[in-house]
Structure formats: C-alpha cells, structure tokens
Design a protein around this ligand. Structure first.
Ligand SMILES: [Zn+2]
Length: 408
C-alpha cells in the first residue's frame, strides 16, 4: 500500500497521526551523515516531505524519534529515524520553520523561472534549494543585469498582488491544454501548481497558498556553469536576512573608511589610489636608500687578491626587493660581487659585475647543496630562498669561501 502524502493536499499541516506499516534497522549511511543505528519507518500516511524535485526533506519528530532523513522510494516514503517505533499508532510533528522556508524558496522559484521564461525567453533547466541560497540554471545567452533585475522586479510585482497559488490535477493532456509548458510523459493523474495568470507547472513539492507568502524575491549572483547560467536567489526570510547582512557589511566598511554608507565606493577608490601612490613613493625611496648604502659599502670594501671587491651583508626588516636595489647598485661597479641575505625570510641574492668572471648560478647551487633551499639564475645574477633562515650566516660564509677558492 502506498504512503498517503498529506502534504499534497495541505502543505500547512504540521502534525498528523498515522499507523506504522513497517519498521526495520537500516545500515549506517555515511553519505547521508547517518553514523549511528537508524530505523526506516513506513507509515500509512505522512506530512513529511521527502527529498525530491530540488527540495530537501523535512525534519521533525515521530513520537520521541528524530527524523534524520526522508526518502521517496517508489510509492513509499521512508522516514529515517534515530529510534524504533514502539506503538502501532504514532504522532508526527514537522519542523515548521524549515518547511515554511522551503515553501517560500520553492514557490519563489516557480515564479522567478516563469518570469525568466515569459519575459526573456530563458528556460530553467534545473533548480537547487540549498541551505543558504537557491539556484536555477538558465539556458541561452548570458543574462544581462537588465534581464536579472527585470525578472526579479516582475516576480516581486506578482508577490505584491498576492495572487492565489493552487494545486491542479489532470492527465498530461489536460494539463497541456491548460497551458503547462513542460513536456510530461508520465501516465495517469498528475499534480500541477498554478500561480494565477502567471504559471502552471507539474510539481510534487510543497508551496505557499498565495504569492504574498513568498515574501520577496532577491536575485543575487549569476555565473556560467558549463553551457548554462546559474542564477543565485533567495526568497522570504532569507531575502530579509541577506538584505540585513549586506547592509551590515556596507555599514562596517563605511566605519572603517570613516564615511557615510552612500560614500563607500568613492571612499574605497580614494583609499586604493592613495595606497598605490604610497607604494610607488616607498619603492622610489627604497631605491634611493639602497643606492646610498651601496655607495658607502663600496667605499669601505677593500679589493681582494685578484682585485675583486666582495660585499656580503645580511639585511633585516626591509622588503625583499631592497636586496635587488642594493645588488644592482653595487654591481654597476667593475670587479664587484654582492652576497646578500634577508634575515627571517631566508632570501638570498648573489650578483656580480660581468667583469668579475665568476658564476653566480653555480655559486648559489653549491651553497644550496649544503644549506637546504631552492633558487637559480644566470651567470651574473642569482636568487634563492633558504628553507631555514637560521642557516643564513652559514650560507653566506660558504659563498665567501667558495669565491676565495678555499672551498670547491
Ligand atoms: Zn514546486
């Protein structure tokens, strides 16, 4: 005997009594998040909606047992519960907040999809009702802001008109005569949902009684998914929360920028422009400082046996690009070599004037064989990074030794 679906006739029924037809232990189902022992309960009738048609299942209680999942299996509805039914007659109670939220989203989807279709010729090819947002996938060209806002506005107009949402029954032929667009190849009597003068769709889900109960339709993002366009939207209570959350973000941002909420975009643009200008200024000053420091370093560096001037230094608390500025400034002078490190970060920079005649890439490679790190470069310029920045002194000592020929 098939389970009688009470929600078909009254989606607002939250409590019911029923007779237990079957009860059995179910194996754990990790995919459904059911780790402990669970029972599958079949009743002669139920107000619990099973997962189907893009709408998630209801939660609630059957006597003392909690509903973990509700499954649509052919004619039967399986209630997955966390404890066994002990009486042949049971009372069920659905979690109304969750169900009503689903009804708002689901009816809002019917309306929004109808507006995309009728006003803009974009058919909906799939629907998903998520825990945070809902999505529909539209076929056709990319919906412009005009299309997205147009469908939202047209849907909300019908919400304001508070039109009746009713259930219709009929064969596929009868429903198609009434204007159902979707091709249906199922036999027998079908169920369809009508939004007065707006939409008629075959659907087994739960819906509100009039469009006013949808509350408000709020279209959010739109992104390309394979060949279709996924439109994110929220309705009713979710739209209220989303709007409040968005405003909260704007207000907090305005506080950070010390401006009014209306001024957030120009104030953010100004702050970014200022940041970019400061960055350029700092780079210029760093380069000037590096040039000055390099000049002092060259003055005090004594030439070695073969006339080579080796400048080795570990910098602290400078950006890593400072090593580049300093190295470039030094190696403008003939017969010069720089061996630089950045404490903390572990950066290494070895560079030379071409006249110095050494190989910076192989020098770095030799050092990195003894001190773990990676890097590479050319004959005159090589950069690396040590895994352990505490090896910095050791790395530079090795490099100096290798340059002087004491270490090969
Ligand atoms: Zn529906």
């Amino acid at each position: 005997m098939a389970t009688r679906r009470l929600y078909y006739d009254d989606a607002f029924q939250t409590e019911f009594t029923a007779r237990v037809m079957h009860c059995e232990v179910l194996p754990p189902d990790l995919h459904a998040g059911i780790t402990g022992t669970a029972w599958g309960l079949i009743l002669d009738r139920t107000a619990f909606y099973p997962t189907s048609g893009g709408q998630p299942h209801d939660l609630g209680k059957i006597e003392e047992a909690n509903i973990l999942d509700v499954r649509d299996e052919g004619d039967d509805i399986i209630h997955v519960v966390d404890r066994k039914a002990s009486d042949p007659e049971v009372k069920g109670c659905i979690n109304w907040l969750r169900r009503f939220d689903h009804m708002q989203q689901h009816t809002g989807q019917h309306l929004l999809s109808a507006m995309f279709q009728e006003r803009f010729g974009r058919p909906t090819v799939s629907f998903h009702l998520g825990t945070e947002v809902c999505t529909i996938d539209l076929r056709g060209p990319e919906p412009t802001a005009e299309v997205l806002e147009g469908a939202e506005r047209a849907g909300n107009q019908i919400v304001f008109e508070n039109r009746p949402v009713t259930v219709r029954y009929g064969t596929a032929e009868q429903l198609s005569g009434l204007g159902v667009r979707k091709e249906v190849d199922r036999e027998g009597i079908l169920r369809a949902i009508e939004i007065e003068s707006a939409d008629l769709q075959p659907c087994g889900g739960t819906h509100v009684k009039s469009t006013g109960q949808i509350g408000m339709i709020l279209v959010r993002r739109c992104a390309k998914i394979r060949q279709d366009w996924r439109v994110e939207f929220v309705c009713g209570g979710r739209a209220e929360r989303a709007a409040r959350h968005d405003f909260q973000l704007v207000r907090e941002t305005a506080e950070k920028l010390s401006c009014g909420t209306e001024e957030v975009v120009p104030a953010a643009s100004r702050a970014l422009a200022e940041r970019d200008a400061n960055y350029k200024k700092i780079r210029m000053l760093l380069e000037r400082l590096a040039n000055a420091e390099a000049g002092l370093a060259l003055q005090s560096a004594a030439a070695g046996l073969d006339g080579l001037r080796v400048i080795s230094r570990v910098f602290e608390d400078v950006p890593s690009e400072y090593l580049g500025f300093f190295g470039t400034a030094i190696t403008k002078t003939e017969k010069s070599v720089v061996l630089l490190g950045l404490a903390g970060a572990g950066d290494l920079l070895f560079a030379q004037h071409p006249s110095s005649g050494r190989y910076m890439n192989s020098l770095l490679k030799g050092v990195l064989e003894k001190c773990v790190g990676k890097g590479g470069g050319t004959r005159d310029f090589a950069r690396g990074k040590l895994v352990e920045s505490t090896q910095m002194e050791k790395a530079l000592t090795l490099a100096r030794e290798k340059l002087s020929g004491a270490w090969t």
